[in-house]
Design a protein around this ligand. Structure first.
Ligand SMILES: Nc1ncnc2c1ncn2[C@@H]1O[C@H](COP(=O)(O)OP(=O)(O)OP(=O)(O)O)[C@@H](O)[C@H]1O
Length: 233
């Protein structure tokens, strides 16, 4: 079967600075992959390239299917009601019905006619997810979508994303700094450092996952990030 994402020898430089350094990566259809790494290691740059937002690269980055991306900030248009933010660009006469269905999936039907500025951070992020999903993407790119949320809302979002992923089964690439988040959600974790994939972890824990079940593997992932858990404790 065709890969959802095929990246070969992908190199990206900003001026003299090489940000991605010969990345090779294949993602299977329906696979959930987390990209984990320190700030500035090139995670967002890779996602932007996969989304087709940056084509000035060396090497190959192929995403044959449809792609949606959600960012850390929901980026909703404040002058359009929630449902219109979701249906925007679909160009379909049944846009409202489709938006309502997507809002039902993120449990926000009652906010369909709200203005984005009246939403909480978690609600706005759920709208952003609905907007990404309504296009039924083959590949869903999530660039730290929970980064700005409080811990409890974050937890609820983890469950929601896992739920939506199981229902729609797009391939997902999730950029995160959060090891637990990666372990709770991903089939595979790629650790990036200075533009290279320096470690790969397969996560075979049964779903739905619980925080307690990720503790052991967390130590090994943190070690690849240069964090000694004994010391950090
Ligand atoms: N348009 C740009 N021009 C110049 N440098 C850039 C540009 N975009 C990104 N960079 C640099 O590329 C490096 C990688 O950035 P990137 O946003 O991919 O990192 P990241 O791993 O996603 O970081 P974070 O976790 O903090 O979001 C950084 O050093 C950043 O300053």
């Amino acid at each position: 079967m065709a890969k959802a994402v095929s990246v070969r020898g992908l190199t990206k430089a900003f001026g003299a600075r090489t940000v991605l350094d010969g990345i090779d990566l294949e993602v299977e259809p329906g696979e959930f992959v987390a990209l984990l790494g320190r700030s500035g290691c090139g995670k967002s740059t890779l996602l932007r390239i996969l989304a087709g937002l940056d084509r000035d690269v060396e090497g190959e980055a192929e995403v044959p299917g449809t792609v949606s991306i959600a960012f850390q900030q929901p980026r909703l248009l404040p002058w359009r009601k929630v449902w219109r933010n979701i249906s925007l660009g679909l160009h379909r006469p049944d846009g409202r019905a489709i938006a309502l269905k997507a809002l039902e999936e993120v449990r926000l039907t009652d906010h369909a006619d709200a203005w984005p500025l009246t939403l909480s951070g978690g609600e706005a992020q759920r709208v952003s997810l609905a907007r990404a999903l309504v296009r039924e993407p083959d590949v869903l790119l999530l660039d730290e979508p929970f980064g700005a949320l409080d811990a409890l809302t974050r937890l609820a979002m983890h469950h929601l994303v896992e739920d939506l992923w199981i229902r729609h089964k797009p391939a997902v690439l999730l950029v995160t700094h959060d090891v637990d988040e990666a372990l709770l959600l991903a089939d595979r974790i790629l650790v990036l450092d200075e533009g290279r994939i320096v470690a790969t972890h397969h996560v075979d824990l049964p779903r739905p996952r619980r925080r307690a079940s990720v503790v052991e593997q967390r130590t090994r992932v943190l070690a690849d990030l240069g964090v000694d858990v004994e010391e950090a404790a």
